[in-house]
Design a protein around this ligand. Structure first.
Ligand code: ZN
Ligand code: ZN
Length: 320
């Protein structure tokens, strides 16, 4: 049954200061009333929640559970405020806890990695400035507020339940909530654009190949027969199969640009590829762009098309 006919899932569009625009959060008006994602902590976002609750005659104290699809600022920035107002229990997959407990430290830990991929110091300084700016509307979550949510768990209501699927890739702690053949999907899949599996390190400080994990998560949800998705941005609802088709086409176009660049230049750093693939890029977006390009290179490497070697502290990619 598509969610629109269920009547108990309310979409709340929360403004964000990011180019992506609003984030869609959801109120599941069942017993217990549950919120999926919170948006960022700005006066406009708080106002949007207050208006939504007023419109649907819900009070903050009615909310008993808050589930975060993943630990990205546009989804959890307001979580501490929401917890204070509602006293609800907050859930997030453990893989994203570090990220939300001290966001700036987590991302600053990635600076050496970006440097190894040829990103110039001026860009890295901009990245740090962006992290400082984001602190205003993305409030770190103290560990004592966090509760784990895991793959395979049931999110139970009095008359319905959702299955939690862990879909690492875009974020290592990304989950989606599935019911029948549809899911509240967060940033897992969109028809119009590809969610970037962003750079992350594991416990040992090694880079995680998030794009390869994302591919596995997509395959997993194909096996689980996901059909319809209700995402966190732009589209209201989408068809999983169509979105995958569009994503594969975009992927092939970008891969051919990378391959022809490597043919012309023998070897390139990630930054040199960014300049070719995104000539109008801005330094403020460097983390996402570097993640995108490194992810595509990981895929090409996994298929035996591209190799990577380290020289003078930098990673260079070449064609086999
Ligand atoms: Zn995200
Ligand atoms: Zn998002």
């Amino acid at each position: 049954m598509p969610y629109k006919n269920k009547g108990s899932i309310i979409r709340v569009s929360i403004p964000t200061p990011y180019p992506i625009g609003d984030v869609y959060c959801y109120i599941i008006r069942e017993d217990p009333i549950t919120i999926i994602d919170t948006g960022v902590d700005t006066p406009e976002a708080r106002e949007a929640w207050e208006q939504a609750f007023k419109k649907h005659k819900i009070s903050f104290s009615d909310i008993q559970r808050i589930i975060l699809t993943h630990g990205h600022s546009d989804h959890y920035g307001l979580a501490v405020w929401m917890c204070e107002k509602t006293r609800a229990a907050l859930y997030l997959h453990k893989n994203d806890w570090k990220k939300v407990m001290d966001r700036k430290a987590f991302y600053e830990g990635l600076l050496p990695l970006l440097k190894q991929h040829g990103i110039p110091d001026s860009y890295l300084e901009t990245f740090v400035k962006v992290l400082t700016w984001e602190k205003r509307f993305c409030i770190d979550i103290p560990e004592e507020l966090l509760n784990p949510i895991e793959d395979g768990e049931e999110v139970k209501f009095k008359y319905l339940s959702f299955k939690v699927h862990h879909v690492p890739g875009h974020a290592m702690g990304h989950i989606i909530l599935m019911k029948d053949n549809w899911a509240l999907s967060g940033d897992f899949i969109f028809a119009g654009f590809t969610p970037t599996p962003v750079l992350e390190k594991d416990e040992k400080g090694e880079r995680v190949k998030t794009m390869l994990l994302y591919q596995s998560s997509i395959e997993k949800m194909e096996r689980k027969k996901l059909k319809r998705y209700i995402p966190s941005h732009r589209e209201e609802e989408g068809d999983f199969e169509n979105a995958l088709k569009a994503m594969k086409e975009r992927m092939t176009r970008k891969e051919s640009v990378i391959i022809s660049l490597l043919k012309r230049n023998r070897e390139c750093t990630t930054f040199e590829i960014i300049k070719e693939l995104y000539p109008d890029h801005k330094p403020t977006g460097i983390y996402v762009l570097a993640s995108d390009v490194i992810g595509r290179l990981d895929l090409l490497e996994a298929r035996g098309i591209v190799g990577c070697r380290q020289k003078d502290g930098l990673y260079y990619y070449y064609l086999y």
